[in-house]
Design a protein around this ligand. Structure first.
Ligand SMILES: NC(=O)c1ccc[n+]([C@@H]2O[C@H](COP(=O)([O-])OP(=O)(O)OC[C@H]3O[C@@H](n4cnc5c(N)ncnc54)[C@H](O)[C@@H]3O)[C@@H](O)[C@H]2O)c1
Length: 267
């Protein structure tokens, strides 16, 4: 059975750990790691499999696949140590992968896998299929409640007063790479779309603040030789982290199921 180590036991990590504990996936949770050790120990006590709480290095020693659900800042150490020890990884903080093509090259060289679940968006299967042909444009519009944007570096640096907004307001327009830097905690969908589309095609991103909103709504639109694709997902936020959509954790679990089942549906 696939041995899984988990870095980050927050909103997403806890849902993944619980699914593994309930044997919803044909895999075992063999280690937990978090900068907040007490939080990881509390989760370990709650789970019936009581995984040990360990250092990052020990986690790689114990596991075959390491799952990251910690944050962009954790990625450089996580990915480089995982590849250094020849482990496959599943990454939720997708924005942190952009600009690090050397990790992809190293994984290729070693025959290792970097899994990026669809996260809070759908339709990446169609986007990948479309990218086999010529893509003319790719655009993401993300409508976010004020609570999901609060504290973002971009908002703080520009002194944007979210509570003063009376109507839907475009607060960011730029490329996916810029969105990933400006909103590290909430731009993973932009980064996933970036990785799914041919690198030569710019991926444009618009972020809209929605006063009184309570869902993270992502809409992708891609045009190309295949025709046109529009996908919209109205995400319910996680109860413990309004920046995170419930679908994101579910997508990680679905990816793990894909890895361990003989039948794989979808591109
Ligand atoms: N792919 C997607 O579509 C998608 C969607 C939502 C969230 N995310 C990303 O997934 C990640 C996890 O999200 P979450 O809502 O569970 O976050 P969270 O804040 O609820 O939990 C993060 C956990 O990781 C721990 N942590 C943070 N930095 C760490 C480090 N350097 N080393 C060890 N532990 C560390 C924290 O203590 C916390 O327990 C975030 O980067 C988030 O942006 C991705």
């Amino acid at each position: 059975m696939l041995k899984i180590g988990l870095l980050g036991v927050g909103a997403i990590g806890k849902v993944i750990a619980t699914a593994l504990d309930r044997r919803e996936v044909d895999a075992t949770l063999v280690a937990l790691c978090d900068q907040d050790r007490g939080k990881a120990e509390a989760l370990s006590r709650e789970l019936s499999c009581h995984p040990p709480v360990v250092s990052l290095e020990e986690m790689f020693d114990l596991s075959e696949l390491a799952v990251e659900a910690a944050g962009q800042a954790a990625l450089p150490e996580f990915v480089s140590k995982a590849l250094g020890r020849g482990r496959d990884v599943l990454v939720m903080s997708v924005g942190g992968l952009l600009g690090h093509d050397e990790w992809f090259r190293e994984a290729d060289r070693q025959g290792r896998r970097i899994y990026v679940p669809s996260g809070a968006i759908a339709g990446l299967d169609g986007v990948k299929s479309a990218s086999v042909g010529k893509i003319e444009s790719a655009m993401l519009t993300s409508r976010k409640p004020v609570a999901a944007l609060r504290g973002s570096q971009f908002i703080v640096e520009r002194g944007i007063e979210l509570d003063a907004l009376k109507e839907e307001t475009v607060i960011f327009e730029g490329l996916a790479e810029e969105a990933a830097r400006a909103f590290p905690a909430t731009s993973n969908v932009a980064a996933s779309l970036r990785l799914a589309v041919n690198p030569s095609v710019p991926v444009k991103v618009r972020i809209v603040a929605v006063p009184g909103g309570n869902e993270n709504v992502h809409e992708i639109r891609v045009e190309g030789e295949f025709g046109r694709l529009t996908v919209k997902v109205e995400n319910v936020p996680s109860k413990s982290n309004p920046k995170t959509s419930q679908l994101a954790a579910f997508s990680a679990i679905a990816t793990l199921k894909n890895l361990t089942r003989s039948l794989r549906v979808g591109t």
